[in-house]
Design a protein around this ligand. Structure first.
Ligand code: ADP
Ligand code: MG
Length: 700
């Protein structure tokens, strides 16, 4: 039988059914291919030996030759631990096992030379090494030893069952023996020579058994590139297929609604970025393909007007449009804003949310189906099956990160053929991440704020300075401004947070007494109608202070509010802080953001606060956020394949990602079907990938 990478791992010599089972369950290794792709976490120097008197308290990996001179069982709180005294000519140390003691005792001999390897701890005036990698010195001498020995990912269960790193290395060696070190090339020669990538076989060998540091880094580069290249290839291909297969409604005319609005009712001059983005959207809408576009724009960059004007194009072509927002507050705000604009053009517009009553629901359902209603604004309620359109031409989702991919696709099904889709987000996703997470969408960017905006002054104040902060607030209110005071609300400690909020409210009420001051409060436990009422009072300027949890985070627009006080700011993530700050700075006045914290701050909190006071560039903030938290926590990434990256790192390998995307694009633009001879290796690899794992399952 010829060597086949899809062979189940059970067939590899030295693995067997039990180990195969463990490898499957613990590391997800089913086939030879999976094993090859088990990339080492790090490399250690196994040509160096330490004497016991050379050990240092730095918790590094060390290798020592010596003998076990005695075993001892020591009772502890739960169970017991096995301690061996290990000796060389310079001193003694201890080896400690908390598990697998019976097996250890039976298999290790006293007064025989062993080589131990592992991390040391300093405890009770002695060095000890828990669960050392241990082998007979005589056997050790016959092994391949390298200055860069791979350390593989492992789990507690694997090490308990005796699958140590040494065993993993042996299994890997066996695989190279059986394959004779030959692996099918997955990248075309032309690309490899252009980018000076080493061959697949060389890369795979050197990632597991590096011959030199240079070859190791070449192997890493090649394999990272390959991984990112195929992800990008898939995303770009998906986008291409989408465009060729899914017909959109071509909105050929830009008609009366759009033109009248543009000429007569535009409340301000559009920024260049808004104009550019509108052009991109118009181009999409006018083509035969269905639009699937992500509109990224920092808070306050003016996405709403772009959304409205896009809807006008749909209306001009006889279609309906809808706009879905993640919260009721936001839907109401959009509705109120767009109602004014729509009235000028005699456009019928209505709002549907969870709290719409039965009769208005019924009316909306009817008007949607007979086509009388042109624009529908709403929340998730729009997605309900009962909501049917006569001819939905454009669906817009605001603050996309609050919705899942599933909801996006639900909108698709609102029509016999899918409407054009525009998703908008103010969560500044770093470009690299956006490319990977939303790689199947086209991306437009509003990278410019409307003219005349003053930069928000952001400061950090400790809790102890609250009185000064209150004085400042009083001065601002005296000037006619309004103020937000925001408290964290985190699910796990909801009760305590709620108490904090109420205590805070009480103390603000004391310092800002009625009737001189009026205070609104909004939090998640309130009925929607009460929330609206409080919100509305603030919007109308009847209250000067808005005490709230993060429900006001998204999209709320009160231009007269110029101060944002964030309590316990150290507990917020950067993205949230940035969103909250975006609630102010919307009018002509100088605005302020005050980050209140306790005195004790973790390093990460310090970095977050420092970043906020230093910059207001959403993308810069997002990059810091990504560095601090990794991509796993950035919203939207959960659904993408980005977390299952095997060797590349979306943050650190940013540059490789750019190259990979560029080359994937180049290749596909010249040869979209990958039928050229030189792209045969790509086509084959791509086919293999789609055959053996569902490559689509991580993209929407
Ligand atoms: P976001 O992108 O955060 O959704 P909005 O669409 O809510 O931003 O716009 C924020 C504010 O800026 C609104 O009050 C809006 O009317 C105003 N605005 C939008 N575009 C412009 C512009 N070109 N010139 C002046 N003000 C604008
Ligand atoms: Mg908005």
């Amino acid at each position: 039988m010829s060597f086949n990478l899809q062979t189940p791992i059970d067939y590899l010599k030295g693995v067997g059914p039990n180990r195969a089972d463990l490898l499957r369950k613990e590391l997800g290794i089913h086939t030879y291919q999976d094993l090859i792709n088990l990339f080492p976490n790090r490399y250690i120097d196994r040509t160096q030996y330490y004497k016991i008197n050379q050990l240092q308290r730095n918790n590094a990996d060390v290798q020592v030759i010596g003998k076990i001179i005695k075993f001892e069982e020591i009772a502890q709180k739960r169970g017991k631990r096995l301690v061996a005294t290990f000796q060389d000519e310079t001193g003694t140390m201890e080896l400690v096992w908390f598990r697998g003691q019976k097996w250890i005792r039976e298999s290790l001999k006293l007064n025989t030379n062993y080589v131990i390897f592992g991390k040391t701890n300093w405890f009770n005036g002695k060095f000890n090494m828990p669960h050392p990698d241990i082998e007979l010195h005589s056997e050790h001498e016959q092994n391949l030893r390298s200055a860069m020995q791979a350390i593989y990912p492992s789990t507690e269960k694997l090490s308990n069952k005796g699958i140590s790193n040494r065993v993993m290395t042996k299994i890997m060696q066996q695989l190279f023996l059986e394959s004779k070190g030959k692996f099918v090339e997955t990248l075309p020669e032309s690309l490899r020579s252009e980018l000076r990538l080493i061959s697949k076989s060389e890369a795979v060998f050197n990632i597991h058994f590096p011959k030199t540091p240079e070859l190791l880094s070449k192997a890493q580069f090649r394999l990272k590139f390959e991984e990112l290249f195929y992800i990008q290839l898939q995303l770009i291909l998906k986008n291409l297929i989408h465009k060729s297969k899914i017909k959109g409604f071509p909105f050929e005319t830009v008609g009366t609604y759009f033109n009248t609005f543009f000429k007569e009712h535009l409340p301000f001059e559009l920024t260049n970025a808004q104009k550019r983005v509108l052009k991109e959207i118009r181009h999409d809408l006018g083509s035969n393909a269905q639009m699937n576009r992500l509109l990224q724009g920092d808070v306050g960059s003016g996405k709403t007007i772009v959304a409205f004007m896009s809807m006008l194009i749909a209306l001009d072509n006889g279609f309906q449009a809808c706009l879905m927002a993640p919260t009721e507050i936001l839907a109401v705000q959009h509705y109120n804003g767009l109602l004014k604009l729509s009235n000028k053009l005699n456009i019928s517009i209505k709002m549907l949310t969870g709290s719409s009553n039965t009769s208005s629901r019924k009316e909306i359902h009817e008007m949607l189906e007979n086509g009388e209603l042109q624009i529908l604004i709403g929340t998730h309620a729009i997605l309900e099956d009962k909501v049917k359109f006569k001819n939905l031409g454009l669906a817009i989702i605001d603050e996309q990160h609050r919705f899942g991919v599933a909801q996006r696709s639900k909108l698709w099904k609102k029509n016999t053929s899918p409407p054009h889709i525009l998703v908008m987000t103010a969560t500044p996703i770093p470009r690299t991440l956006a490319m990977s997470v939303y790689g199947d969408l086209d991306i437009s960017l509003i990278d410019e704020l409307p003219a005349g905006r003053k930069a928000i002054k952001t400061v950090h104040r400790y809790d102890g300075n609250r009185l000064k902060v209150f004085r400042f607030i009083r001065d601002e209110i005296a000037k006619g401004r309004q103020v937000y005071v925001v408290y964290p609300l985190i699910q796990e400690s909801e009760k305590m947070d709620y108490k904090d909020l109420m205590d805070g409210y009480a103390s603000i009420e004391r310092d800002f007494p009625k009737p001189e001051y009026q205070i609104s409060i909004v939090h998640g436990k309130m009925k929607p109608a009460d929330k609206d009422y409080e919100m509305q009072r603030f919007i109308n300027g009847e209250t000067q202070i808005m005490v709230a949890t993060t429900v006001i985070e998204v999209g709320v627009n009160v231009p007269n509010a110029s101060v944002m006080v964030i309590e316990s700011a150290e507990r917020f993530g950067l993205a949230q802080l940035h969103q909250l700050r975006g609630r102010v700075g919307r009018g002509a006045e100088q605005s302020y953001c005050i980050l209140m914290t306790g005195h004790k701050l973790s390093n990460d909190s310090k970095t977050r606060i420092e970043t906020m006071t230093r910059t207001s560039d959403g993308f810069e903030i997002a990059e810091v956020d990504l560095r601090l938290r990794g991509p796993g926590d950035i919203m939207g990434t959960q659904q993408s394949g980005i977390l299952t990256l095997k060797i590349a790192d979306i943050v650190k390998d940013n540059e490789i990602l750019q190259h990979a995307r560029y080359h994937a694009k180049q290749i596909l633009s010249k040869d979209p079907s990958l039928s050229a001879v030189e792209n045969k290796s790509i086509l084959n690899t791509y086919r293999q990938m789609s055959k053996y794992k569902n490559i689509w399952n991580y993209i929407s």
